[in-house]
Design a protein around this ligand. Structure first.
Ligand SMILES: [Zn+2]
Length: 150
Protein backbone atom coordinates (compact mmCIF):
# COMPACT_ATOMS: atom_id res chain seq x y z
CA UNK A 1 0.00 0.00 0.00
CA UNK A 2 0.97 3.61 -0.38
CA UNK A 3 2.61 5.45 2.48
CA UNK A 4 -0.44 7.68 2.81
CA UNK A 5 -2.86 4.75 2.94
CA UNK A 6 -0.87 3.24 5.83
CA UNK A 7 -0.72 6.61 7.58
CA UNK A 8 -4.43 7.37 7.20
CA UNK A 9 -5.45 3.84 8.23
CA UNK A 10 -3.19 4.16 11.30
CA UNK A 11 -4.80 7.46 12.29
CA UNK A 12 -8.26 5.95 11.83
CA UNK A 13 -7.35 2.88 13.90
CA UNK A 14 -5.83 5.11 16.58
CA UNK A 15 -8.95 7.29 16.78
CA UNK A 16 -11.17 4.23 16.90
CA UNK A 17 -9.29 2.58 19.78
CA UNK A 18 -8.80 5.86 21.64
CA UNK A 19 -12.56 6.42 21.49
CA UNK A 20 -13.50 2.84 22.26
CA UNK A 21 -11.33 2.69 25.38
CA UNK A 22 -11.52 6.40 26.34
CA UNK A 23 -7.76 6.82 26.46
CA UNK A 24 -6.31 9.90 28.12
CA UNK A 25 -3.98 12.06 26.03
CA UNK A 26 -5.67 10.41 23.08
CA UNK A 27 -3.86 12.49 20.47
CA UNK A 28 -0.53 11.15 21.66
CA UNK A 29 -2.06 7.66 21.53
CA UNK A 30 -3.24 8.27 17.94
CA UNK A 31 0.20 9.65 17.02
CA UNK A 32 1.93 6.52 18.34
CA UNK A 33 -0.49 4.26 16.45
CA UNK A 34 0.05 6.30 13.27
CA UNK A 35 3.83 6.17 13.69
CA UNK A 36 3.85 2.39 13.97
CA UNK A 37 1.45 2.15 11.04
CA UNK A 38 4.25 3.50 8.84
CA UNK A 39 7.21 2.10 10.80
CA UNK A 40 7.55 -1.42 9.24
CA UNK A 41 8.63 0.03 5.88
CA UNK A 42 11.84 1.08 7.63
CA UNK A 43 13.15 -2.19 6.13
CA UNK A 44 13.14 -0.52 2.69
CA UNK A 45 15.54 2.42 2.33
CA UNK A 46 13.58 3.91 -0.55
CA UNK A 47 10.45 4.21 1.60
CA UNK A 48 9.47 7.51 3.24
CA UNK A 49 10.57 6.37 6.69
CA UNK A 50 13.54 4.30 5.52
CA UNK A 51 15.01 7.24 3.60
CA UNK A 52 15.11 9.24 6.87
CA UNK A 53 17.37 6.67 8.55
CA UNK A 54 19.17 5.17 5.56
CA UNK A 55 22.01 3.37 7.42
CA UNK A 56 19.60 1.56 9.78
CA UNK A 57 17.24 0.87 6.92
CA UNK A 58 20.05 -0.52 4.78
CA UNK A 59 21.17 -2.90 7.53
CA UNK A 60 17.61 -4.13 8.20
CA UNK A 61 17.06 -4.63 4.48
CA UNK A 62 20.35 -6.49 4.13
CA UNK A 63 19.59 -8.77 7.09
CA UNK A 64 15.91 -9.50 6.54
CA UNK A 65 14.88 -8.10 3.16
CA UNK A 66 11.77 -6.00 2.59
CA UNK A 67 8.66 -7.47 4.21
CA UNK A 68 10.72 -9.99 6.17
CA UNK A 69 11.23 -10.03 9.93
CA UNK A 70 10.34 -6.33 10.27
CA UNK A 71 6.93 -7.15 8.76
CA UNK A 72 6.19 -10.00 11.20
CA UNK A 73 4.12 -10.48 14.32
CA UNK A 74 7.24 -11.46 16.27
CA UNK A 75 8.73 -8.03 15.58
CA UNK A 76 5.41 -6.42 16.56
CA UNK A 77 5.41 -8.35 19.85
CA UNK A 78 9.03 -7.32 20.45
CA UNK A 79 8.11 -3.64 20.16
CA UNK A 80 5.03 -4.27 22.30
CA UNK A 81 7.31 -5.77 24.97
CA UNK A 82 9.73 -2.83 24.90
CA UNK A 83 6.89 -0.34 25.31
CA UNK A 84 5.28 -2.48 28.01
CA UNK A 85 8.45 -2.56 30.11
CA UNK A 86 9.76 0.96 29.46
CA UNK A 87 6.56 2.99 28.98
CA UNK A 88 3.20 1.42 29.81
CA UNK A 89 0.59 -1.02 28.58
CA UNK A 90 -1.48 1.67 26.84
CA UNK A 91 1.36 2.72 24.55
CA UNK A 92 2.41 -0.89 24.11
CA UNK A 93 -1.10 -1.48 22.76
CA UNK A 94 -0.79 1.63 20.56
CA UNK A 95 2.41 0.33 18.98
CA UNK A 96 0.83 -3.06 18.38
CA UNK A 97 -2.35 -1.63 16.86
CA UNK A 98 -0.33 0.55 14.48
CA UNK A 99 2.00 -2.28 13.53
CA UNK A 100 -0.91 -4.68 12.99
CA UNK A 101 -2.70 -2.15 10.78
CA UNK A 102 0.39 -2.06 8.55
CA UNK A 103 0.63 -5.86 8.37
CA UNK A 104 -3.10 -6.12 7.61
CA UNK A 105 -2.86 -3.78 4.62
CA UNK A 106 0.38 -5.31 3.30
CA UNK A 107 -1.27 -8.71 3.65
CA UNK A 108 -3.83 -7.60 1.05
CA UNK A 109 -1.15 -6.87 -1.56
CA UNK A 110 0.09 -9.38 -4.17
CA UNK A 111 3.54 -9.70 -2.53
CA UNK A 112 1.93 -10.17 0.86
CA UNK A 113 3.70 -10.78 4.16
CA UNK A 114 4.85 -13.68 6.28
CA UNK A 115 3.35 -12.90 9.69
CA UNK A 116 5.33 -15.75 11.29
CA UNK A 117 8.60 -14.96 9.45
CA UNK A 118 10.75 -16.88 8.64
CA UNK A 119 8.03 -19.52 8.56
CA UNK A 120 5.07 -19.99 6.28
CA UNK A 121 2.35 -19.14 5.55
CA UNK A 122 2.59 -16.14 3.29
CA UNK A 123 -0.59 -14.10 3.34
CA UNK A 124 -1.42 -12.08 0.26
CA UNK A 125 -4.22 -10.52 -1.73
CA UNK A 126 -4.81 -8.68 -4.98
CA UNK A 127 -4.66 -5.00 -4.01
CA UNK A 128 -1.76 -3.30 -5.76
CA UNK A 129 0.15 -0.45 -4.21
CA UNK A 130 -0.69 2.81 -6.02
CA UNK A 131 -3.59 1.06 -7.76
CA UNK A 132 -7.18 2.23 -7.88
CA UNK A 133 -8.24 0.12 -4.89
CA UNK A 134 -5.33 1.53 -2.87
CA UNK A 135 -6.64 5.03 -3.64
CA UNK A 136 -10.21 3.94 -2.88
CA UNK A 137 -9.05 2.63 0.52
CA UNK A 138 -7.17 5.86 1.18
CA UNK A 139 -10.28 7.99 0.55
CA UNK A 140 -12.52 5.58 2.49
CA UNK A 141 -10.23 5.76 5.53
CA UNK A 142 -9.99 9.52 5.16
CA UNK A 143 -13.80 9.73 5.14
CA UNK A 144 -13.78 7.53 8.25
CA UNK A 145 -11.50 9.98 10.04
CA UNK A 146 -13.67 12.94 9.05
CA UNK A 147 -16.75 11.04 10.23
CA UNK A 148 -15.10 10.26 13.59
CA UNK A 149 -14.04 13.88 14.14
CA UNK A 150 -17.33 15.66 13.32
ZN1 LIG B 1 5.08 -2.54 4.44
Amino acid sequence: MMFKTHLIFGILAGLFFARAFIIEYSYLFVAVVAFFAIFPDIDMYKSKIGSKVKPISFILNFLFGHRGFVHSLLFAFGIYGLFYFFVNSTYAAASFIGFSSHLLLDGLSPDGIKPLFPFRPRINGIIRSNGIVDYALFFTFLAGIVWMLI
